[in-house]
Design a protein around this ligand. Sequence first.
Ligand SMILES: Nc1ncnc2c1ncn2[C@@H]1O[C@H](COP(=O)(O)OP(=O)(O)OP(=O)(O)O)[C@@H](O)[C@H]1O
Length: 340
Amino acid sequence: MPNPQSDLALAVDNLSLSLSGKPILKQLVLELSRGESLCLLGPSGCGKTTVLKCIAGLLTPDTGSIVVNGRLVAGKQSIPPQQRNIGFIFQDYALFPHMTVAENIGYGLSKLSKSDKAYRINECLQLVDLAGFGDRYPHQLSGGQQQRVALARALAPKPSVLLMDEPFSNIDAQLKRQMMAELKSIFKKANVSCIFVTHAKGEAFAFADKIAVMLEGNIAQFGRPMQLINQPASVAVAEFMECGNVLTAEQAKVLFPRLELTQTGSWLFKPEWIDIDSTEYGVRVKNIEQIFNGREYFVDITIDNDQLQSVKMVSQHLLTVGAIEKLVFRYNNTPYLIKE
Ligand SMILES: Nc1ncnc2c1ncn2[C@@H]1O[C@H](COP(=O)(O)OP(=O)(O)OP(=O)(O)O)[C@@H](O)[C@H]1O
């Protein structure tokens, strides 16, 4: 039975949905704690938007249940979207162009008296740092300001959960950083429980308290960002998250001949766990590619070996391609066994 006292803002259980005869969501389980920002992260087409639509009530799942703030909204009973107390921010913010900022924010507040409505609009304008902008129209605002109005409009009815679909995808990198920082501080101030969807790992790391990695209609792993990147639950997660080198015991032996990995499975060697020495013996190098990110080089070394073709590592220095013929590899951290 749903428990209204639980500290969960949202609980999705066993959610399945087929569209046009194709299974899109497969017994999906997801939980959101109050005041937390959860990122639903996955490749294009894995079903992220479909999950949001089911939570919002725009799609009806075939099986499973959705509980918002202790109340069952989908499952044995179905509550219509407008009664679910869920805020939704679409990718393009979708402000009403013919309404002022104040009218946009007040749109979902029709149940309030005139004075309560004006008070709440003012409160929300202050929350998003737009006090004094109430009489403007959307076209008189910058992109960042429009996004904050969309946020104020979604937060005005005090939703139990806020859903955001690719909220940062159309924004240039500099503004994105600033907007993420602003949003994060607004969310913490207002104790907002939020799920946002993206396929961009950088956005998830920068914004989310927790990440749910979604692959092919299911949650492949749920956890804190550091946990996902250091302890992936499967090879598929490790590959999607680009955690680093995923090697079998035999492949690891190519790089580290003295290493005994007795358990069978795949082992993660993160790029920053690997060091190299250029020597006269060791593994023969075929090619080195390196990309500088402003702080360090991401290095991709192609080696001359049948079992293992390439190794990823990071370096503080530019490696001299051509001058390096053979390498000895060392690891400076215990490899992680990916248990499947
Ligand atoms: N109405 C529909 N009828 C049939 N198939 C659909 C429908 N809506 C979505 N799909 C399919 O469901 C799958 C999941 O779509 P969804 O939009 O949830 O993915 P997504 O992970 O949000 O992708 P993206 O990151 O590209 O937005 C896709 O294969 C899509 O083609």
